[in-house]
Design a binder for this molecule. Sequence first.
Ligand SMILES: O=c1ccn([C@@H]2O[C@H](COP(=O)(O)OP(=O)(O)O[C@H]3O[C@H](CO)[C@@H](O)[C@H](O)[C@H]3O)[C@@H](O)[C@H]2O)c(=O)[nH]1
Ligand SMILES: [Mn+2]
Length: 868
Amino acid sequence: MLFIKTKKSKMKTTTTTTGPPQPLHSLKPQRRRHLNRVFAVVYTLAIISLFYHHTLKLFHSTTIISLSLFISDLILAYMWSTNQAFRMNPVSRKVFPENLEKFLERKDFPAMDIFICTADPYKEPPINVVNTALSVMAYDYPSEKLSVYVSDDGGSELTMFAFMEGAKFGKVWLPFCRENNIMDRCPDAYFRSNYVVSADQDMEVKMMYESMKIKIENAVARGSISDEYITTDQDRHLFSQYRTKTFTRQSHPPLVQVLLNSNEDVDIMGQFMPNLIYISREKRKTTPHHFKAGALNALVRVSSIMTNAPIILTLDCDMYSNDPFTLQRVLCYLSDKFRMPNCGYVQFPQRFHGLNKADIYASEHKRLFLVNPSGMDGLLGPSYVGTGCFFHRRVFFGGPSAYIEPEIPELSPANIVDKPINSEQTLNLAHHVSGCNYENKTNWGSKMGFRYGSLVEDYYSGFRLQCEGWRSIFCNASRPAFLGDVPITLIDVLSQNKRWSIGLLEVGFSKFSPLTFGIRAMGILMGQSYAYYAFWPVWFFPITTYAFLPSLALLNAIPIFPEPWFFLYVFLFIGAYGQDCLDFILYEGTFIRWWSDQRMWLIRGLSSYLFGSIEYIIMDDEQSKRYDQGIFEFGVSSPLFVPLIIAAILNLVAFLGGILHIFKEKSLDNFSIQILIAGFGVLNSLPFYTAMVLRSDKGRMPIKTTITSTILTGALYAISTSATCGLELSVRSIIGNGPLRNGSEKHKAVPSFRAIQSCVCTEGFRYLLKIRNVKNPNFASCIYFSQYTFLSFIVRSSHDLLLGPSKIHYSFTWINTLGVFQKILYLKNAKQTCFYFLKYIFIFQFSQITLSKAKQITIFLFLNKTLL
Ligand SMILES: O=c1ccn([C@@H]2O[C@H](COP(=O)(O)OP(=O)(O)O[C@H]3O[C@H](CO)[C@@H](O)[C@H](O)[C@H]3O)[C@@H](O)[C@H]2O)c(=O)[nH]1
Ligand SMILES: [Mn+2]
């Protein structure tokens, strides 16, 4: 046996004496749980005192600012509390596969059905899916007990073709791995590594692999299978199915094809191959297909009929097996019915290859896939994360003591398959159960199988299974059992997270919400763990608030954190962040990756969570229908970036303004926390500044996004200024009546240049909005100008009437209007008009800062002549 001998003597385990003398697995609570619990108490006290302050303040006076901060902190505190569930009893497990064969002979190993899902040959290259399949077909396990089912939701002949080629290559690859005890059994991973068996043999296999790869990639590039690739009658028959007129990717009959049969097909050394079955379930435009959950349920049924293995592995097509002995590890748990009677599934962590050093997009998701599962493992077990998970088939048919009989006996987990997988009867039934109307009026998706109703079918299905009473196990080996691909562009990461956000909220606000249903079914800690995910997207609120509010207030010279709170805030911040960082590093993380991780948290908060929440709220039937066709398509790229850039610019300006203030006034004036927050924002936004200003490669920020965000920052700032200066100024600023020189105390606090900026921004922004998409921008501009002038005249006149003559002279606006019209009519294009108008407003406002009437007119006329 190739297992590394593990020293078990020194390990204190909780294995009970009723178990076998040589354990298959052990469990050890982590020592940090004590510290975690103490810290949770201390931190709770700090939170209570924060809310004491908050409540006092709210009673004293309720403003938008104090209310937003209150709600933000409430959400942060709640999310913190849910996070504690993971920290109360984290455990580490170990398995001893070297003991396995003392209890279970190799010939008695249970059969395994392995499901691989793919959906789009252009987004998920078929050669990679073939690699995934080969890596699991090559498990160190009795071949005749392995069945690999590939679900192709894309219904593509390209994928089908790739697998026919893959089946042929497998007959070389499997014996090659077996004879040479290769660890990397995913061909692509093996040929990427430097490992060499023997130069000749390596070369030969590599050539075969490369030629298969080129064939498949060429086919994908052409978009179809060229006739020269189809050599046998069987192939011709197969592909003819794809070429009928009714066959499109959204609409086609069910296809089930046995590519390898473990009773007939042998490899080049004469050993039987595992079963390999290609399935594309039926799709009709009018019938909902329930995405991956629908595909998995079709797989559960088809596999019931063909092999009905008691254990099922689900795997995404972008993940391959990295350890040939994984199945033995799984058996250590799943065959131990004695001590784990209700164990429903064993989840392996999602781990990834090809992460860069800093993991800039935090794709590792260390908390989601590593830290939190070991926390849940000490409770009732980890959630299901969609891939790398081994289920008892039985879990798909009701709770441990509430078995639900499927509608036909052939689907029952206890049914014994006695017909060959390619018999006509079997194939007919397989086609029948993968039909798109098969599930009508059955329990599939509601009480049986994977559950429908959420875009995160994995999270939701695992949750429902655990509510039914199934326990689960987290199995983390030092050699990753599976390795996956990560999205490599920010937009992909953000879109993925947006999709998750919508799916999570769907569960959070359903009648099965973890907060209500979950806590009742599994207790407070498990319920809280699941609630942590369900309400993940709600983080958008505090993150957005803290990204904007302190800086806007700082720029408007309003302190929002009274001085006595300083240390409380600092403690709350450092406490949560410090603990998070420590957790991260203790789970084999590095500081730099933690930094990326927290930055991505903020970034997701300002984009994925924000947009995900918005989309969830406005989601109607129309939109969910669009999802049906568009799950892989997220055309909206730039809007996801906009709030991020606005926050980046705003925080930078506020931070610099704050520093300037310190230098000028030689005091902090209660702004210390706001300056710290703005500074923190700046630190996290560094990649955005470079993307906007310094970079010139293709990955830089699109100039359009930068401009839109800048204008919006100005507008946001203008609105905040207007809001803080009260109604009068806002009316004036919107109508273009310039700064107030003789207002109340509050108005005096606003330096005039700021008011001007705000006028220019607001007016300019309104103007841009108006002339956008207009056929004749010059004409539209004239109309707009006359409105502008007329309104300002009305406001000024009424001001004069009510409050006495203002210091600002307005008659010259009339004189000028004619000239302006004249000019505009001769300007060539919208861009020029636009510039002219913006300059006009600026000059107009600028000239009004000076006090005397005469000076105002002179300056205005001078600037008007020289600049316009
Ligand atoms: O209609 C569909 C849609 C997707 N898939 C497959 O589902 C898998 C996951 O989809 P993907 O787009 O890669 O989603 P990710 O966000 O990358 O995946 C994570 O999130 C998903 C939803 O929570 C889980 O299903 C996955 O296991 C988990 O890795 C892939 O193999 C797809 O081919 C289908 O089979 N049919
Ligand atoms: Mn994926």
